[in-house]
Design a protein. Sequence first.
Length: 256
Amino acid sequence: MRIPRRRIARVADGVDAVRLAVREEIQKGATQIKIMASGGVASPTDPIGNTQYSEDEIRAIVAEAEGAQTYVMAHAYTGRAITRAVRCGVRTIEHGNLVDRAAADEMRKHGAYVVPTLVTYDALARDGARLGLPADSVAKIETVRQAGRDSLRIYADAGVPMGYGSDLLGEMHGHQAEEFRIRAELLGNLEAIRSATSIAAAILQRDGELGAVRAGAMADLLLVDGNPLDDIGLIAGQGEHLGVVMQAGRIHRSAA
């Protein structure tokens, strides 16, 4: 028996069509809406500098998401794409490698967040061709790789809060925690940890419930053998230094 593949995306053109798409995805259980606001690295026919969706379409998507008490995130690389998205009400920018200071200031003005995904470019540069990434896409990686590292300082200087993401696919998932090393090298250990805890909770609009150690929170806890404020490698490996992993108060792993 052939099991149908679940679609993770859809194409919609025009204000009415995007409104319908958002309503249907939310009805099917989506908790947030993500749009493509610029071209991408892995898509061979979409130059990174292109913008996608008109501003009227983005505003319609945002309005429908807000009506359902949720928000919109946008895949976007360039300052132009980022600025258009946040001015139209997008809450978080995914990737954002090619940001400029003007776009970062616009994000701060509108209370937007960014979720950099820097480890994926290291992984793709190393393994992308072997895993079947087209040559055109491999070439795009270098366009955004160093720029992504530079972007962290731009966001920090502008006061844009940064969440934690990896964007890794398939067998590259094992490198997810290496994002901590990149963030810590550029921003310090504490900010790297905050990106995956309190800032991530704020992005999800679940402050105090997630990303915090306090009465009434979800009790998603790690017991670390050592202090990651001194050595970020304690949480950047494959769990070698994690004595206990607890989710919602339930222990999933214990070294004892």
